[in-house]
Design a binder for this molecule. Sequence first.
Ligand code: URA
Length: 230
Amino acid sequence: MRLDRFLSNLPRFSRKHVRLALLAGRVRVDGETIKDPLHDVREFSQITLDDETLQAGKPAHYFMLHKPPGCVSATTDPQHPTVLDLLDEPAKHELHIAGRLDFNTSGLMLITNDGQWSRRLTQPATKLPKVYYVETEQEIGEHYLEKFAEGFYFAFENLTTLPAQLTLIGSHQARLSIVEGRYHQVKRMFGFFDNKVLRLHRESMGPLLLDPALELGQYRALTPAEIQLF
Ligand code: URA
């Protein structure tokens, strides 16, 4: 939200009052004097007028988790452990998942309390490539490559999937890069060939790779440089 809007939403500030306070350098955001009325402020920003706190702000959190198979990509589940159960964080009820994975899929999962950041990553227009390692029941033929590049018609959604890049790495193993995140997308793509996916593991999301130091079920905070990638 724009700083001037934030300030003029407060009951005791008129637009004129806001303009003058900004010009006089009385408003600080995260400790820095801000005069620009268009400056972007969030729920994470600490905002003060002179010595008075107008918004305390709160820390933004960004984690990468090595999701193990056998847990649900949800914040609560009546039956199964969830990915949030793996996190030992005080404010974890405020966190959400940026890009779900199926129950038995493993790999890179991003978890945050920053909705703007996660929306940038997951909104379809971003077309963020997600790379999966796949193992299948049947052999993966050379003829698959063209079909993955061409797209699969998904009747339920009435759409054709965007071009995906399949690289064979063994008779039953492949690496797949897709820019969408449709329901069970990878399994349905291989399902076209009646080939069951036995193992699915997400290796990367855009430029962010799963940290090889993370064992199954472990997580760590993203570095400032990693947060800036999106
Ligand atoms: N495609 C799937 O089928 N499952 C996942 O977990 C991710 C992509």
